[in-house]
Design a protein around this ligand. Structure first.
Ligand code: NKO
Length: 196
């Protein structure tokens, strides 16, 4: 029991590391929370600080999902219920980081990292959907929302695990909830399109 509690706290603290804020500050381009959408995620870092830092933020935020879940799966050999809880803890760390007064990101890249470990095949499907929507409409937010909506069912089909399905549902519900300002902008036609 103590083992699981420690793993959850460690996963949360890793998930909470604010990659986008650290990278933009280190690069001397100010704080990403002050420009663009104000989000700390890869899309906004790309928007305000360019491709290189955007990609680094995507990789860093994804690793915050990969590392705790891979450790829990491969080293601790946790079953699906505990794995789902570790995934949720890392994800909550990104969305509600103690280091940023609990004001964090939308969770897309960290969820991507989590699912790369839990269900790479489901990621393949979600990525195809993400890419198709981004290609067609050029909104990262819309692509993220749709991928989040699809992934629980892809995970269920691939992994056939109720605990992982439930953890995935919780993560997706929160990803979509965290995009509520984007949803308003999509409705108003004021959402900014992705520029390559
Ligand atoms: O600044 O509000 P903004 O326009 O930045 O940002 C909206 C955006 C926030 O998310 C991010 C992270 C972008 C990551 C792109 C990942 C590309 C690959 C996704 C594959 C799908 C994997 C499943 C994820 C389920 C949630 O949305």
């Amino acid at each position: 029991m103590l083992g699981l509690a420690t793993a959850l706290i460690a996963a949360y603290l890793i998930g909470a590391i604010p990659t986008g804020v650290l990278l933009t500050r280190l690069a001397g381009v100010g704080d990403v929370r002050q420009s663009g959408s104000g989000n700390i995620g890869a899309t906004n870092v790309y928007r305000v600080a360019g491709r290189r830092l955007g990609i680094l933020t995507l990789v860093g935020d994804a690793l915050k999902g990969v590392i705790p879940v891979l450790y829990a799966a491969a080293v601790l050999r946790y079953p699906d219920l505990q794995l789902g809880l570790v995934a949720l803890a890392a994800f909550l760390g990104h969305c509600y980081p103690v280091y940023l007064g609990f004001k964090g990101g939308k969770g897309v890249a960290t969820a991507l990292g989590i699912y790369l470990v839990l269900s790479p095949l489901a990621v393949l499907g979600a990525f195809a959907l993400f890419a198709a929507i981004l290609w067609q409409w050029r909104y990262v937010s819309l692509a993220s929302i749709c991928a989040a909506g699809a992934i629980p069912f892809l995970v269920l089909a691939v992994n056939r695990s109720l605990p992982l399905f439930l953890a995935t549902m919780a993560i997706s519900a929160l990803v979509i909830f965290r995009h509520r300002a984007n949803i308003e902008r999509l409705k108003n036609g004021t959402e900014s399109r992705f520029k390559a």
